[in-house]
Design a protein around this ligand. Structure first.
Ligand code: NAD
Ligand code: UFG
Length: 348
């Protein structure tokens, strides 16, 4: 298939682009590079020895986007592009709604205009809010608790309405749990700007000596060791889930929703220990207050994805930490300081 990937230079997008290329698909990436660099795509070209067509493009540029679709003749779209920082979404809600919701509307309009009706959308376990009725199934109530989460929930509603309005659409909504890890080559990985918001990249930077210690956000939850529990999933397993969803959609229409998680929860303390073990480095930590809005426990029931798609996560926490560390150690400052001079990704 010829697949348009929005946000393909980012963390999950880049690993999925690599997986799509390896599965024999042709890939066109659009990204405005607001939270990524084109080096990720260049490295994927090196790893796969395949070409990626890249166009720097903002989803809010409707005319530009339409011209990409008019030239592209795409079979499917995988839609990662979006802003994702929970805290920032509370201080800049309009930017988040405009970028994520209005950007998605532009994308859907262009798809409709050029008769592309197959879409895989990046949703998030954040749509379940702080529900503690675990494991979370696709039927658990949706109650996003911050503007970022509400953009995901609103987009899911828009996609439901769209599917109901026109039977030609085939839509997969993938609710990711906590994506971590990196490609086993250590050449691509997560490259957060500034201080990481999420646990794994923070722990990795402590292991690398870039930060002094991890602050554990509360150890008084009703869990075995008192720290928060999450369903960490290796980004390469997540990438494989997109291929499975696309394969599922090819002969079908309608809208489908799947949790992509391992079904196993790990506490903050377990993650810190696993990372110390994988990296061979000490990870000093201290306990601080709870982070507002955090659920105590969140993990998926991934049964539906296995039943429908035959997909399940294969890599465990130790593998996630080993691969995350492989990337962090080889690229201590992310892409910026280690970028070599590979030929640029092809331009449209
Ligand atoms: P990321 O920031 O690394 O990737 C998103 C990409 O989209 C970036 O390359 C960014 O430059 C691009 N982008 C943002 N707005 C754009 C716009 N208007 N036009 C064009 N490009 C734009 O994030 P990620 O972790 O790879 O997440 C990918 C998707 O998965 C996002 O939609 C995110 O909300 C969702 N998600 C992520 C997580 C997570 O923990 N990483 C969890 C659940 C869901
Ligand atoms: N945590 C710490 N210290 C830190 C960072 C996190 O103790 O420095 C704890 C949190 O309290 C939580 C766990 O580590 O218990 C995981 O926190 P993350 O910030 O890594 O992940 P969240 O589950 O809070 O949220 C992430 C994304 C959301 C997404 C969600 C589900 O930030 O956008 O996963 O996919 F929706």
């Amino acid at each position: 298939m010829k697949i348009l990937v929005t946000g393909g230079a980012g963390f999950i997008g880049s690993h999925t682009v690599l997986t799509l290329l390896e599965a024999g698909h042709e890939v066109v990436v659009i990204d405005n590079l607001v939270n990524s660099v084109v080096d990720s795509l260049e490295r994927i070209e090196e790893l796969t020895e395949k070409k990626i067509m890249f166009k720097e493009m903002d989803l809010l540029d409707y005319e530009g986007l339409l011209s990409v679709f008019a030239e592209g003749r795409f079979d499917s779209v995988v839609h990662f592009a979006g802003l994702k920082a929970v805290g920032e979404s509370a201080t800049e809600p309009l930017r988040y709604y405009r970028n994520n919701v209005a950007g998605t509307l532009n994308l859907l309009d262009c798809m409709q205009e050029t008769a592309v009706h197959r879409l895989v959308f990046s949703s998030s376990a954040t749509v379940y809010g702080a529900s503690e009725a675990v494991p979370l199934t696709e039927d658990s109530p949706l109650e996003a608790m911050n503007p970022y989460g509400r953009t995901k929930q609103q987009i899911e509603e828009i996609l439901s309405d769209l599917s109901a309005s026109d039977p030609r659409w085939g839509i997969a909504v993938l609710r990711y749990f906590n994506p971590v890890g990196a490609h086993e080559s250590g050449r691509i990985g997560e490259d957060p700007k500034g201080i990481p918001n999420n646990l794994l990249p923070y722990v990795a930077q402590v292991a690398a000596g870039r930060r002094d210690k991890v602050t554990i956000f509360g150890d008084d939850y009703m869990t075995e060791d008192g720290t928060g529990i999450r369903d960490y999933i290796h980004v390469m397993d997540l990438a494989a889930g997109h291929i499975a969803a696309l394969d599922f959609l090819v002969p079908r229409t309608g809208i489908f929703r799947w949790n992509l998680g391992t079904g196993r929860g790990s506490s903050v303390i377990e993650v810190i220990s696993a990372f110390a073990e994988a990296s061979g480095r000490p990870i000093p930590y201290e306990v601080g207050p709870r982070r507002p809005g955090d659920a105590a426990v969140s993990y998926a029931d991934p049964t539906a994805a296995f039943t429908d798609l035959g997909w399940r996560a294969h890599r465990n926490l130790s593998q996630m930490c080993t691969d995350h560390w492989g990337w962090q150690e080889a690229n201590p400052e992310g892409y910026a300081k280690t970028a070599d001079h590979a030929p640029p990704a092809s331009c449209l």
